[in-house]
Design a protein around this ligand. Sequence first.
Ligand code: ADP
Ligand code: GLC
Length: 485
Amino acid sequence: MHIVFASSECVPFVKTGGLADVVGALPPELVKLGHQVTVYLPFYRQIRMEFPEPNYKIRSITIPFQFYNRFVGVVDGGKIDGVQFYFLECPELFDRESLYAVPEGDYPDNWERFGLFSRAVIEASKQLGVPQVFHVHDWQSAMVSVYLRTLYYFDPVFQKAGTVITIHNAAYQGRFDPQTTERLLFPWDMFTPEKVEHYDSFNFLKGGLVYSDFLTTVSRKYADEIKTPEFGESLEGIFQTRASDLSGILNGVDYAMWNPATDQHIAAQYTPENLAGKTECRMDLLRLFGLEEIAPTTPILGIVSRFATQKGFDLLSEIAPQLEKRDLVLLAIGTGEIYYEDFFRDLAERYPRQVSVKITYDETLAHKVEAGSDIFLMPSRYEPCGLNQIYSLKYGTVPVVRATGGLDDTIEEWDRKTGTGTGFKFDSLLPEDFLAAIDRALTVFKDKKTWQKIMRNGMAKSHNWSGPAKEYSAIYERVAKLRSK
Ligand code: ADP
Ligand code: GLC
């Protein structure tokens, strides 16, 4: 089957979060199953720099808007692991400093940038190959599904093309003012609550949920959670209505990139059988964070994260005074909302002997934190899947997580009686419960033998992509069958 992926991020080209990891890893796995996969991405400045002499597959596609046209080139990004990449070029919209936002806020023309991107994916595939299924991701490409079933409704070449949308995060929806309807050339009768309207906004994600043939999200638990007001981000009604076409498929991880036995980013490689390299990684990490005097018996708590409300660091701020009293160090790397960047900087200033923070986005450092830490913290308010806790398992870095979404699906509470479990979990949003989970971890940490048992339990887990790829494949079959009727 031919599957077209439309996404706003993809490793190794451009990444701000887990979406890029997923769109980078799932397509090659689908190729292994015998599918043909094409991935479309915007030709951002970050990608353009890697392709200074672009090889145009199509020179110009006209994308009409209400009062003007824009012109999109299609650049051949080549094949990697059997997956074909195409970049959609529109310098006015994509040759910019960032993907979605600058510190002052989101780009105000995001409706145009991702509306154009979605429509150009359809137009490009018309010339380069119409797939059996378009697989779109989050609000940025959700309009592919909307266009196909509205403005392109009568186009015979798309009548058998199915659509699947994956929700990586229901909180980001792409909400724009009502005028977006006519700016994107849609008839006003689409601006209703049954279609794209949501509380008087034009909502890209909602459109994708209404018009796609099938909906998936990135863990089973999150698939349940988003049907409730607590997690549905006001879209719970639609998730309930479409429950029979919605499934949760847990993300895999790419162990070619995230495995301490082969990882070239870290100071020394290690395996469950020989953990010696992890001590070297620890020393390397402490040196990088300026805390080399820390005793070998002191546990390192690591954080690698986007700094956003989602990630639950308010809980951390509430327990910081108690953590100071414990024998531990906290090392964090991340970037994002100014509020949390300041919070982490402030924490490091207040507790210089225990906390060190780097406000940066750094791939190598992310690997080093995974490898050099003993405990990994993810107190997320919600977490559709979460990848870092899965990486942590493989690195023998024991996760302490809130039992939500994919965190709950991937981490099992340690049970001394049975010797099973891979980490420590807490349910509520109460700081004392977070602290209690950390304390349970710190207590076991003192007993080296038991701790290594937990580490090895985690390291033995495999979350590779072959299982999830088969689940996606089954959904593509289902959707293609539905459309071929
Ligand atoms: P989300 O997509 O919500 O940010 P995930 O856990 O799914 O959360 O994925 C985050 C991805 O981004 C991981 O691959 C993680 O290593 C990476 N990442 C997050 N922050 C940083 C950072 N500051 N530097 C390097 N990588 C980061
Ligand atoms: C989103 C979610 C994260 C998930 C990632 C990849 O960014 O916040 O939980 O792992 O997408 O699906």
